[in-house]
Ligand binder design. Sequence first.
Ligand code: GLP
Length: 251
Amino acid sequence: MPDIPSYRLFESPQSASRAVADDISQLIRSRDNKGKNTVLGLATGNTPIELYEELIRLHRAGLSFRNVVTFNLDEYIGIDREHCESYWQFMHSRLFNHIDITPENIHLPDGMVCADDIESHCSTYEKQIKEAGGIDLQVLGIGRNGHIGFNEPGASPDLATHVTQLNEVTISDAAAAFGGPDNVPQYAITMGVKTILAAQRITLLAFGSSKADIVKRALTPGITAEVPATYLQSHHNTTFFLDQEAGEGLN
Ligand code: GLP
């Protein structure tokens, strides 16, 4: 039986982001109290920017990330860490540089790993997630084509971290940031659907009317590889945090 993810509707992206940040803060504090690390799976894109701002605000108010370990979903292949569009750069400028996380606890796939080493890089990434104790909470955005991480339409549910080719919708959505579609990397390393579904909890954020159709599809019963976000229907603890616009197609 599919487990349709539950959803929560908020007045604005900011109020939704606050709720997710509060949730993450409670998780970190409760695990801290038990002497345990918190393992977070993190996402990039425009959607989680306010969430990261809220987490920085909570850090300034006393929340520590000393016992937090992070794993990012994905990274472009062929993009150096220092490139302004690398996810490494995004995560450092938007979050990591502003909190007390230990650099050794930050993990992102390396987009510059040479072709011969990619496979072992991906399996090492999976091993590191397991050794950290698995992901307690995975934050996701959603592409207009239903991708999660860079698991594009057609993605298999059986893959762990792997190399993937970007879909044309994804390339066109990234074109402005890269100064044209021809400059957008064609390939990326991404956690697979299998990696994502192994998280204890999943929180998907979607904001704005451009996400309304795909959110509705993702929450309509029926799992299909053509809309990878529908794989979340086979996860027992997933919640969508939506603003009014992204939730406009829902009852
Ligand atoms: C990107 C990322 C995804 C992200 C999605 C949506 O390509 N790889 O992890 O969720 O696209 O991006 P945005 O939040 O900017 O709409």
